[in-house]
Write a protein that binds this ligand. Structure first.
Ligand code: HEM
Length: 451
């Protein structure tokens, strides 16, 4: 029997006005997983003021992100994060997005990688040096905070060159306040209202501080020589797309890098230490690979293609704990998927967290198994069954940077330290702006012989 094209997908019913919002808010991951299990690959529900469609099959993800990408815009959900991302590549649509992407892309060309890798290596060595005294103490460190500090230092130096530690700490603090505020408000019932609370005041001050910092760096770079090898220098040198890049454009893009380039990588790394702490056989094999390849030295970027097991572990971490666990699109005109109408203006939700557990693609999806990412098994899967970095024309512009960064950090740390989650701590994934371990990862640092 064929399904009439106008049919609306089934889904959970909710309360008047708010729909399923209270249920989704209580446990977003559990709720979306349950919805996909009960209602299938295309489901419809009212989430707060909007009708949303959760699509979980890889073919539908491919349809929205890749095959029919022109018919989908970022739309209203992007406005919820505009404070952090400004009018950057991450949120704009249509011709404006196409022009921006052409302007920004050269900053992420492979030629930039060696410089970026040296920033990563230096910041990681500094952290390992600092850990020497911490490893001797009796207090555990929080791996979430450590990874956030590290990835902040890296992205700030990658953007602006070698800047003073005090400046990094001040900017890092403002980023923490701003990101934390948006993170908390994403699932707040009044999240879309600007209520003048103390927290909102702190948020606005943090945004002003980030703006002031970034604008000053852009002005200095225009006046003198931009920091060699930095993303700022690369943006200024970009041939662009026929339009000059204004200072305001530059500031927005750099602010977006500061947020998108750090929160995601920090979450992925924190989850990696969690997984390694819980699975001694995986940890032993990863440590062995890093020791054999690098012999206690800082890994060079040219050696990364030889990291096989470590790469697979990171890929499997991104499958089970994708930092960008949810992304949204709005069809600009009515679309039809698997016989269901997705009306213009509706919100389509795609969740790597859900699709990465789709039972038609992933066997025993909750089991941590790096061998899912052997080349043969990866090639046998449908496109976009795995999409931690998105897909299609708007796939993550920093994915190669992030992958290099994570591999270098894991390979450096695993040769010198073992992070053991403190006893009796229970950790759950918190689904906010990114998917991070909550409430924290108090971990004991054990120094290994090579350290
Ligand atoms: C583990 C690390 C990272 C993950 C998981 C990640 C994930 C993603 C995803 C899923 C998207 C697509 C969102 C969508 O389709 O709505 C995206 C886009 C983007 N990412 Fe990343 N990202 C990471 C690291 C980075 C880094 C290091 C940078 C920059 C330094 C970056 C900059 C961006 C930008 C600018 C976009 C917007 C691209 C566009 O719309 O054309 N990301 N990222």
């Amino acid at each position: 029997m064929s399904i009439a094209p106008s049919q609306r997908a089934a889904g959970p019913t909710g309360y008047p006005f708010v729909g399923v919002f209270p249920r989704a808010r209580r446990d977003p991951l559990g709720f979306f997983m349950e919805c996909a299990r009960c209602y299938g690959d295309v489901l419809s529900m009212r989430l707060g003021p909007r009708q949303v469609y959760l699509l979980s099959h890889p073919d539908h993800v491919r349809h929205v992100l890749q095959d029919n990408a022109r018919a989908y815009a970022k739309g209203p959900p992007a406005t919820r994060v505009r404070g952090l991302f400004g009018d950057s590549l991450t949120v704009v649509d249509g011709n404006r997005w196409r022009q921006r992407r052409r302007q920004v892309q050269p900053a992420f060309q492979p030629g930039q990688h060696a410089q970026f890798a040296s920033v990563v290596t230096l910041a990681t060595q500094e952290m390992l040096e600092r850990w020497r005294s911490l490893a001797e103490g009796s207090e555990p460190v929080d791996a979430v905070t450590e990874m956030r500090r590290l990835t902040q230092t890296i992205i700030i130096r990658a953007c602006f060159g070698d800047i003073a530690t005090a400046e990094i700490e001040a900017l890092g603090h403002s980023l923490d306040v701003a990101v934390g505020h948006v993170d908390r408000r994403l699932w707040s019932a009044l999240g879309w209202l600007e209520i003048p609370t103390l927290a909102a005041g702190r948020y606005r001050r943090a945004l002003r501080a980030i703006d002031a910092f970034v604008s000053q760096k852009v002005r200095e770079a225009r006046r003198t020589t931009p920091p060699p090898g930095s993303l700022l220098a690369a943006l200024l040198a970009s041939p662009g797309a026929g339009e000059p890049v204004t200072d305001a454009d530059l500031c927005d893009e750099l602010k977006a890098f500061l947020v998108a380039g750090q929160t995601t990588t920090a979450s992925a790394l924190a989850w990696t230490w969690y997984v390694l702490s819980e699975r001694s056989a995986v940890r032993a094999q990863l440590e062995e690979e890093c020791r054999t390849l690098f012999g206690g030295r800082a890994p060079g970027v040219e050696m990364l293609p030889r990291l096989d097991y470590t790469r697979r572990v990171i890929e499997e971490v991104l499958r089970l704990y994708p930092p960008t666990w949810l992304t949204a699109r709005t069809p600009v005109e009515d679309d039809t998927l698997a016989g269901y109408t997705i009306p213009a203006g509706g919100i389509v939700l795609l969740s790597p967290y859900v699709t990465h557990r789709h039972p038609a693609v992933w066997e025993a999806p909750e089991v941590f198994d790096p061998d899912r990412f052997t080349p043969a098994r990866a090639a046998a899967r449908p496109t976009l069954a795995y999409f931690p970095f998105g897909g299609g024309p708007r796939h993550c512009i920093g994915s190669a940077f992030a992958t290099t960064e994570m591999q270098l950090i894991v390979a450096s740390v695993a040769q010198h330290y073992r992070l053991a989650l403190a006893r009796g701590v229970s950790v759950i994934p918190a689904a906010g702006l990114t998917l991070r371990p909550s409430p924290a990862l108090p971990s004991r640092l054990h120094r290994l012989c090579a350290g």
